[in-house]
Structure formats: C-alpha cells, structure tokens
Design a protein. Sequence first.
Length: 109
Amino acid sequence: MKLIMSIVNTDDARGLIQALMGKGFRATVISTTGGFLREGNSTVLIGVEDDQAASVLDIIQENCHTRIQYVNPLPPAIEPGELYMPTPMEVEVGGATVFIFRVDRFEKY
C-alpha cells in the first residue's frame, strides 16, 4: 500500500478532488500555507494499493498546472522623501509537489 501526499495550489485542489472521486479514489484535504509567496495550498492525502499509484499520479498531473503570476516585491528600506515604484516580478505558481510513502500497516475503525 502507498500513501500519496500531494501539495497543490488551492486553485487546483477542487478539480483534483473531483477527478480523483470520479475515478473511485478517496482523499483527505488539509489546508496549508507555505512557499515563496506564503499563499494557500492544499495538501491532499490519498491511500492506494501499489498498482493504483500510477493512476493517481496521472490524475494529479492532468489537474495541477503551473501558471505565471505577477507579484510586487517588498519595498527596500528607503530614506524619507524618496519614491520607490516596485516593478512586478514574474513568478511561476501551481503544479504539484508529490511524496509517495510506503505504508506497512493500515487500520480503519
């Protein structure tokens, strides 16, 4: 048995969960925060048999895409009276970070 832990952008989480449920997989979603932009993520936990792991990875890849987002960097410390106009930075967000763990024992009560 495998435990697949996928950290995805919150914008992708709903579509991912619907796609997983549509294929008969159950998942637990935990709201998390992190990364460079400190934006919301969702950590999706999916328990599957070994032979189903590849199917789950395909679903994750189909539903979690990277995209470009423009953000304003934090302004540097400036002297009073100086004007600082930040130039938006291009940052890639989205996609998925996936960890796969081997499960030695599983119990459901």
